[in-house]
Ligand binder design. Structure first.
Ligand SMILES: [Zn+2]
Length: 276
């Protein structure tokens, strides 16, 4: 934090863990404690309100458990072309999922559901997929995400908890008012859970410069966010700390050897360290 406030980069590594997965509490937190380390955990807050999985994780789960082919077929049955935004296809076709080593149908499913589909149809389509493949989705969230008590315990033990929005949207797809709601209410929820007066920090869902706008950065400044992470594979430099604290670069673990996150076929997913 000193490095941020004084705008002086230091030698070292900051470990960040996105999405509030239960595995972060079970496996990452004890390992950090054992080594006397700390990390930043970025939490999307909607599961605390809805009791259900957030849509991006529903998509992971569907692909992980059933494979890209089966889900791509199911999607083609549900959607028609009117539900896709051609402007969004053009905007996001090149920029998305270039670094991840996914199969073609997995990329198709992720692009359609996370980027190309008009947001007003997205929930509907994912709801339909979930009711087909997971008729008993309710109740899964408890085992999927950290509870409020667990998050609070981590905060008391030196971990930093940050906002990862409420619903994990692609922020650049939202009107500025909706971006503001995502930022304001997620900070409020995180702080009500931790009860700790620590600096505000944020990281962009999905990450990459296409996933947010200059307005998002200004909002984060306005909400007194000390710093935010983008995904951009390079070290943090002095210039970033001085001039662009709301888009600090961060490596996605997928770029490291042995760091890739593979979806597994046991019905679960391996959490990512950064971005998705
Ligand atoms: Zn995320």
């Amino acid at each position: 934090m000193e490095s941020i406030s004084s705008a002086k980069p230091v030698n070292g590594v900051v470990l960040t863990f996105d999405d509030g997965f239960k595995d972060h509490y079970r496996y990452v937190f004890p390992e950090l404690l054992r080594r006397g380390l700390w990390g930043i955990f970025y939490i999307p807050t909607s599961p605390f309100v809805t009791g259900t999985l957030i849509d991006v994780h529903r998509v992971h789960l569907l692909i992980g458990a059933h494979g890209g082919d089966a889900i791509a077929d199911a999607i083609d049955e549900i959607i028609d072309n009117d539900m896709l935004s051609h402007a969004l296809i053009e905007e996001f076709q090149v920029e998305t999922y270039r670094r991840q080593n996914n199969g073609a149908t997995t990329n198709y499913v992720k692009r359609v559901l996370n980027y190309f589909i008009d947001y007003k149809y997205r929930r509907l389509v994912i709801d339909r997929l979930m009711s087909t493949f997971y008729p008993d989705e309710r109740g899964m969230a408890q085992d999927f995400y950290m509870t409020k008590t667990e998050i609070s315990y981590m905060a008391q033990h030196g971990m930093l908890l940050g906002s990862h929005t409420v619903n994990h949207p692609v922020m650049s797809k939202l009107m500025v008012e909706d971006q503001e709601k995502e930022i304001a209410s997620s900070f409020e929820m995180i702080e009500s859970i931790t009860g700790v007066n620590s600096p505000r920090t944020f990281c962009y869902p999905y990450g990459g410069f296409h996933s947010f706008t200059a307005q998002t950065e200004r909002l984060l400044e306005r909400y007194s966010c000390l710093f935010s992470f983008n995904v951009e594979p390079r070290d943090i430099e002095k210039n970033d700390l001085e001039n662009r604290r709301q888009a600090l670069p961060r490596f996605d673990c997928n770029v490291f050897p042995f760091g890739s996150c593979r979806l597994v076929d046991d019905g679960g997913i391996h959490p990512r360290v950064a971005g998705q």
